[in-house]
Design a protein around this ligand. Structure first.
Ligand code: FES
Length: 150
């Protein structure tokens, strides 16, 4: 066990954790932030996507000891001040079906639009290709990203 001082959603959070604990479990189990989801635990599905200094990363693959002073943003922090444009577009297009993968999808979409404010179809497909949805909401996701980009 070691002590870590993490910056999450703009706040300092202290945790005692094994250095190898993925940040996904630090968020969910140590800090009771269940918005970030566990899917595969192998870096394959994207359900656990959070932002690290604004870039989409898979929290199941990031040991807590690798974070240092980097800023983590979770789905809980994305809309802390106001509903994020991606979330508004998600509601407008009624994207979610079962909803399980959607936090990760939204975090990837927000990071994509931060990097490319007006993405092409191909850039959307490429940017979102790491996020799997078993319900097959891909078309609505793509339309919502285009709406959020307007
Ligand atoms: Fe992290 Fe699937 S749970 S990529």
């Amino acid at each position: 066990m070691a002590k870590y001082n993490l910056k999450i959603n703009g706040k300092s959070r202290q945790v005692d954790a094994d250095p190898n604990t993925p940040i996904l479990w630090v968020l969910r189990d140590h800090l009771q932030m269940p918005g970030t989801k566990y899917g595969c635990g192998m870096g394959l599905c994207g359900a656990c996507t959070v932002h690290l200094n604004g870039t989409a990363v898979r929290s199941c693959q990031l040991p807590v000891s690798s974070i240092g002073k980097q800023e983590i943003t979770t789905i809980e922090g994305l809309s802390e001040k106001a509903t994020h444009p991606v979330q508004k577009a998600w509601l407008e297009h009624d994207v979610a079906q079962c909803g399980y993968c959607q936090a990760g999808q939204i975090m990837s979409a927000a990071a994509l639009l931060r990097e490319k404010p007006n993405p092409t179809e191909e850039e959307i497909e490429l940017g979102m290709s790491g996020n799997i949805c078993r319900c097959g909401t891909y078309l609505r996701i793509k339309e919502a990203i285009k709406t959020a980009a307007k």
